[in-house]
Design a protein around this ligand. Structure first.
Ligand SMILES: O=C(O)c1ccccc1NCC(=O)[C@H](O)[C@H](O)COP(=O)(O)O
Length: 267
């Protein structure tokens, strides 16, 4: 699929999906499940520990398909991918749970939770508090808040709910105006998506540019379009040491080995 404003399409489908999910499992029941979960694993802390030790921190993504690239990996076994990433040195994992556009599911997230102890990001398009409870109940440790998809009130409310449920948040921006809105949340983790989610245009210059005006004290994560060691070096030169990578790993025969090749010199 390569139509303009895919984000708008995804959000429209998501609203229908959430309404359907609420009919199957009403919020009070889901909330009880979420609140009965064991404590979340520190997603932000896992990244900060690596970066604090002078290492790169990689969030390795489990994504079968994407709107911009279509099918990325025919043989798709989320627990096996998670184990491969663990062996390759990932600090955390990101699991796509959107079905219509990425061919993912909450079951993928549950299966990965059962397979490895690494902290997990639920990668989806959140527009309703219901999805935050869903994330917690399925074993996520972190949620994604896409600033382009949320007004300021929802950003604030979702941040408060994530905090209440013990979840970390990756607050994602793509331009200066979004960065200024995100900064008001004083985020611990700030993701810079190199991909424009309306048009798919992807350039690493986005991270380089926005890194210069990122608020002090937050940990920056460069997201999307990272394919080579030169890409990694360019981003590290901008003083960004945490990365979220999907396609480059998903297309590799051994994703964990590819992670090691891209990010580590030895091992
Ligand atoms: O990946 C897409 O095509 C896409 C399209 C529209 C909205 C979001 C999209 N992707 C989500 C992501 O941000 C990426 O999965 C993630 O940053 C990894 O990117 P990559 O390494 O380029 O697969």
């Amino acid at each position: 699929m390569n139509t303009p404003d895919v984000l708008k399409k995804i959000l429209a489908a998501k609203a229908d999906e959430v309404a359907a999910a609420r009919r199957v499992k009403p919020l009070p029941e889901l909330r009880r499940e979420a609140e009965a979960m064991p404590p979340a694993r520190g997603f932000a802390a896992a990244l900060a520990t690596r970066v604090g030790a002078g290492q790169v921190a990689v969030i390795a993504e489990i994504k079968r398909a994407s709107p911009s690239k279509g099918l990325l990996r025919a043989e798709f076994d989320p627990p096996a991918l998670a184990r491969s990433y663990l062996a390759g040195g990932a600090a955390c994992l990101s699991v796509l749970t959107d079905a219509p556009f990425f061919q993912g599911s909450l079951n993928d997230l549950r299966a990965v939770r059962a397979a490895v102890a690494l902290p997990l990001l639920r990668k989806d398009f959140l527009l309703d508090a219901y999805q935050i409870y869903e994330a917690r109940a399925a074993g996520a440790d972190c949620i994604l808040l896409i600033v382009a998809a949320l007004d300021d009130a929802r950003l604030r409310d979702f941040a408060a709910l994530a905090h209440e449920l013990g979840l970390d948040m990756l607050v994602e921006v793509h331009d200066e105006a979004e960065l200024d809105r995100a900064a008001r949340l004083e985020p611990t983790l700030l993701g810079v998506n190199n991909r424009n989610l309306h048009t798919f245009e992807t350039t690493l210059d986005t991270t380089v540019r926005l890194a210069r005006r990122a608020p002090a004290g937050c940990l920056l994560v460069a997201e999307s379009g990272i394919h080579s060691r030169d890409d990694v070096a360019l981003i590290r030169a901008a003083d960004v040491h945490a990365f979220l990578v999907g396609e480059a790993f998903m297309r590799a025969p051994d994703p964990g080995a590819r992670l090691r090749e891209l990010f580590h010199t030895e091992g």
